[in-house]
Design a protein around this ligand. Sequence first.
Ligand SMILES: *Cc1c(COP(=O)(O)O)cnc(C)c1O
Length: 407
Amino acid sequence: MSCFVTHLESAIDGTRLPHDRIQTVHEGRPLWVRYDLEAVGRAVDPETIAGREPTLWRYRELLPLPDGAEAVTLGEGMTPLLCAPRLGAALGLDDLRIKDESQLPTGSFKSRGLSMAVTMARHFGTKRLAIPTAGNAGGAMSAYAARAGMEAYVFMPQDTPVINQLECVLAGAKTFLVNGLITDCGAIVRDGKDRMGWFDCSTLKEPYRIEGKKTMGLELAEQLGWTLPDVIVYPTGGGTGLIGMWKAFAELRQLGWLKSDRMPRMVAVQSDGCAPIPRAFDAGERFASPWENATTCASGLRVPAAVGDFMILDAVRESGGWAVAVEESRIADAMRRAIASEGIALCPESAACVLGIEKLVARGCISRNDRVVLFNTGAANKYIEIIPLKLPTIENARDVDYNIFDL
Ligand SMILES: *Cc1c(COP(=O)(O)O)cnc(C)c1O
C-alpha cells in the first residue's frame, strides 16, 4: 500500500468527507486532504526519499495518488534553491535565497498543483476540465490536460498576458477571453459545470491542487537539510502556495522529520492595486472582503476575492508573519533591478515580494541575520507587456559610430 489518505476535512468546520469520490467544497469553502501520518512515518523516511528521482513525486507517501493510479507528469519539482547575495545585500540581508519555480514545466509553480489535480481528475474518470485563470494556471492545466489526453476549457480576463493565452491555445485548450475579472471567469465555470460535465480545477474548489503546492514546502525543508528558514516571502493570489506550504510544515513536524520545531514566519505579499489579504490582516479580520477595481501588472496577484482567504490569514497569523501590500507603481522597476542583480528571471509577482522584504526590513520586522527565502513563482519572460522596450538600433553594422557606447 502506498496511499495514506484517510479522508477529506472541511477547512471551515472540520466535517469529514470520504476521499474515494469527487469532492469540491463544503459550505462553499475548501477541503484539506488528511493522511495517516503515523503510517507514513513507518513506510518511508528522509533517507529513502533522498535516493528517489528529483521530481515532486518523490514525496508520494504524502500525496493523494491512489494505489494503482498513474501520475500525469511533465517532470515537475525539485527546483533549485539559489543563494541571492547581491540582491540580499541590497535589501540589507545576509542570507537571502530564492526558490526558483520559473524552471518548472509551463514556467510557473502552477504545474505542481495542476499535475496533482489533473492526475486525480483522470483517476476519477473525468474527461473534461475547466478553469478560470489569471494566466499561469490556465497554461499549466492546458499542458497537463494535453498530457493526459483530456479536454480543457480555459476562461481568462481579456487583458491576461498574451503568453498565457498562447500557451493554452498551443496545448489545444478551448480558450476564452472574458470581459471581467477572474471572479467572473469563476462564475462561468461554477454555473456551467453540471451542464458541461466539467471537473472544476478552480483554485481551492477541489482538494488536490494544495497537495501539489505543498511540495514546495517539502522540497524547501529537504534542501535545507530538514530545517526551515526564519522567513518565507510569498506572492499571494488565491493562496494555494502559502496554504500548501504551511500544511507541509505541519505534516513534517508531526512526522518528526524536522530538526527544529521552529516554524518560519509566513509573509503574504500583494500589490496595493489588489490587496484584500493585507487589508483584512491589518483590520484583524478572519475573512477578506472583495477588492474593488483590482488592477496589477502582477497578474497572478489579481484575485479580488479568495475562497481560501481565512486559510491564508490563519497561516500568516499562526506563523507570526505578516501580510503586506506594496506599491503597484514600483513593481516593474523592482523586477528589472532584481533580475539584473542575480540573473534569476523573477516574475512581477515575486518582484512585489522584493518590495515586501524592503518594507519589512525598514519596519524592523525582518532583521539582517534572518534566513529569508523568497519564492520566484513564475518566469519573467511570460510577461512581455510589462516593460515597454525601446532599444537603440544600429542601422548600418558596417559603419558604427563607437562613440554612442559611451553612454
Ligand atoms: C498564481 C500565481 C501566484 C499566486 O499564487 P497562489 O498560490 O494562488 O496565491 C503568484 N505568482 C504567480 C506567477 C502565479 O502564477
